[in-house]
Design a protein around this ligand. Structure first.
Ligand code: GDP
Ligand code: MG
Length: 269
């Protein structure tokens, strides 16, 4: 199950992912220096006897909404984080609208920073969030109070995520594979690598694919799933592909990989 964060800057998204996985997803020097998330962050939580939980942590700043959108496209479950002291803020609403437009129906609202406010304030913000969710894809989402300082609520969120992962319907594995690229980079000795969530189908080593919209044809040299080498990736998994015959400069976030001749490029929607 791929879990994406959403919500306003400074509301505790990155801190929550760290509490759940032990991973600090703010890895860029600029992110460390400014103390904010700029690019997407990735973390995994391996669960014995269950599917790995994959986390995509998004920036809350309004200037980086395109990065949030790139991640939200491939998620199964959303953690909408709202700080109990601030309450809903502009990117709380904006991210909720994106999640709603994409039709993400599974998720919870985490009321963060509950150690900073009274129980009356928690109830007040909870009611405000409840009104905000009305008539969205998250209308029935649970609202869970959390503090990463006292640890309150973290175990409950964790239990909720594991339950959700167990009861998640399998994605469609038949039909054409589709991978939405969210990163491309070059590794010395390996070559060009792209990562993304496999939205549908399966993809294996040596398979031929096409980059859309540039329509370059390529071959898959290697596959990794959730950070480990694999023979094939299946829909719903965080996937990395080592690609032969292309340089990173010709690949970018927002492009899609699919079998040759799957899509037509159009200038209008
Ligand atoms: N007191 C308190 N501070 C928190 C809590 N969660 C996050 N913070 C702090 O809020 C600030 C912003 O958190 P961060 O995770 O970077 O927010 P993001 O922009 O949504 O990713 C950091 O200084 C965190 O330590 C919490 O539950 N309680
Ligand atoms: Mg962050």
């Amino acid at each position: 199950m791929i879990i994406g964060t959403a919500g306003h800057i400074d509301h505790g998204k990155t801190a929550l992912v760290r509490a759940l996985t032990g991973v600090d997803t703010d890895r860029l020097p600029a992110e460390k220096a400014r103390g904010i998330t700029i690019d997407l962050g990735f973390a995994y939580r391996r669960v014995p006897g269950a599917e790995t939980l994959g986390f995509v942590d998004v920036p809350g700043h309004e200037a980086f909404v395109h990065n949030m959108l790139a991640a939200a496209l491939g998620i199964d479950f959303v953690l909408l984080v709202v700080a109990a002291d601030d309450g809903p803020m502009p990117q709380t609403r904006e991210h909720l609208q994106i999640v709603d437009l994409l039709g993400v129906e599974r998720g919870i609202v985490v009321l963060s920073k509950c150690d900073l406010v009274s129980s009356e304030r928690i109830a007040e913000v909870g009611a405000e969030v409840h009104r905000l969710l009305d008539r969205t894809s998250l209308a029935t989402a649970e609202i869970m109070p959390v503090s990463i300082v006292t640890g309150e609520g973290v175990a409950a969120v964790e239990a909720h995520l594991l339950d959700a992962a167990r009861s998640m319907p399998l994605r469609c594995l038949d039909g054409r594979f589709r991978l939405a690229i969210d990163r491309s980079f070059s590794l010395s000795g390996i070559g060009t690598v792209v990562t993304g969530t496999l939205v549908s189908g399966t993809i294996s080593r040596e398979e031929e694919l096409e980059v859309f919209p540039t329509r370059t044809r390529l071959r898959v040299r290697g596959v990794q799933v959730h950070g480990a080498p694999a023979e094939q990736a299946i829909a719903g998994q965080r996937t990395a592909l080592n690609l032969a015959g292309i340089s990173t400069g010709d690949l970018a976030r927002g492009m899609t990989l699919a079998p040759p001749d799957t899509f037509q490029t159009a200038a209008r929607l």
